[in-house]
Design a protein around this ligand. Sequence first.
Ligand code: DQA
Length: 141
Amino acid sequence: MKILILNGPNLNLLGKREPDVYGNMDFESFFGKLKESFKGADLYYYQSNVEGEIINKLHEVGFSYNGIVLNAGAYTHTSVAIHDAIGAIKTPVVEVHISNVYAREEFRHKSLITSKCIGLITGFGLEGYAMALAYLSNKTN
Ligand code: DQA
């Protein structure tokens, strides 16, 4: 079972970036914990600040992996191209946000990608990634 965690722009700064909103832990450390917790799955991690690289990664894994956990960062609210890429692939995608986007600025209330995802997890901090993995790693079809 192969699952990719795909993080978008500015999420390379987790741990340093607005810690009151996104917490103190960098994603690499958290990814180590996830690998411990989900030993039955092959977990992969990729981050890019570049919209086209995120799309390329969706295309690369989206016909062979069992699941993708996607935090598209600010592209969530702007990217028709990522919406279309999720619609074009076969692998199920779970949308995750660390913060509760609905408790923040209005421009974060609109996601262009939710309609192409299986579901949305928002506001549970980094734990949201574990929730998405729990779902995808138990999914039977
Ligand atoms: C985010 C929420 C987005 O609105 C924001 O642009 C991010 C992070 C989150 O994880 O809470 O970069 O996706």
